[in-house]
Ligand binder design. Structure first.
Ligand code: ATP
Length: 253
């Protein structure tokens, strides 16, 4: 794969579910190493777009191109950990499923957990962890395979605002620290989160399920530490909030 070819893409994709207007046509292309936020009203098709990019769902029409098998990782809103296994075994699982020897998988899991700040909690079971910690385990489990494409469906929605802010900053730091950062696509309802993390934001229209707007965020990634204090940041948050309001279903009222 050439360096500049997309990691995954949707081309004129339409998805038909019974009893509702079709979603799309949706066209979007994810470049290697970029961070893309997907925003839009409830029901606009954000989760559907992620599932299409992951190859978990096939389009009714159009073409979805996914990353090679095993090169995509998915993080859901709830951490989906095995409750009977400790943090380290949870993170080692995708490596073992891919055929890595157990001791090697456990070693790499320990490194991945240390990277998300859980180096001291390798033996903790999910029920012994806070919601934020459990989500960190889930992120470590996604990153341990060194995916080309990391898909996150409202990963921070269930967390309190302070935990959420720490996780967002840590996720960004982890991404930036990689020699070859994965492309990241994440669904959020939080405009500030989108502007903070993403180099590009895609707004899905609630009525048509089409792209209403794709806008680059100002400033280069990785963000400077004081990015939230920059005037560019506030301007971008306001512009995105306005675009999102415009893509809501009741905009004609
Ligand atoms: N498997 C399915 N069968 C039938 N309808 C579905 C299915 N999956 C999604 N839909 C419908 O398609 C539309 C888009 O769903 P999707 O979950 O992608 O939206 P979303 O933008 O992620 O919404 P939310 O923000 O509420 O999670 C919704 O109307 C939903 O009810």
């Amino acid at each position: 794969m050439a360096d500049d070819s997309p990691v995954a893409s949707l081309s004129d994709v339409i998805v038909r579910y019974p009893g509702r207007a079709p979603l799309g046509p949706l066209t979007l292309s994810i470049q290697p190493g970029e961070i893309v936020a997907l925003v839009g009203a409830s029901g606009a098709g954000k989760s559907t777009a992620l599932r299409l990019l992951a190859g978990l769902e096939a389009p009714s029409e159009g073409v979805a191109t996914t990353a090679p098998a095993g090169r995509t990782a998915f993080v859901f809103q709830s951490p989906t950990l095995m409750p009977w296994a400790d943090a380290r075994a949870n993170v080692a699982l995708p490596l073992e499923l891919a055929g890595a020897p157990k001791d090697q998988a456990l070693d790499r899991a320990a490194v991945a957990l240390a990277a998300v700040g859980l180096g001291e909690r390798l033996s903790a079971r999910p029920l012994q962890l806070s919601g934020g910690m459990a989500m960190r385990v889930s992120i470590a489990r996604a990153l341990v395979t060194e995916p080309d494409l990391l898909l996150l469906d409202e990963p921070f929605a269930a967390l309190d605002s302070i935990t959420r802010r720490h996780l967002i900053e840590d996720l960004h730091r982890l991404w930036a620290a990689r020699e070859r950062p994965p492309a990241v696509v994440f669904v959020t309802h939080d405009v500030e989160e989108a502007v903070y993390l993403a180099g590009r934001t895609i707004v899905l229209d609630a009525v048509s399920g089409q792209v209403a707007m794709a806008r680059p965020a100002p400033g280069d990634l990785p963000r400077p530490a004081n990015w939230r204090a920059a005037p560019d940041y506030r301007d971008a948050v306001e512009a995105l909030a306005a675009a999102l309001a415009h893509a809501m279903p009741d905009r004609v009222a």
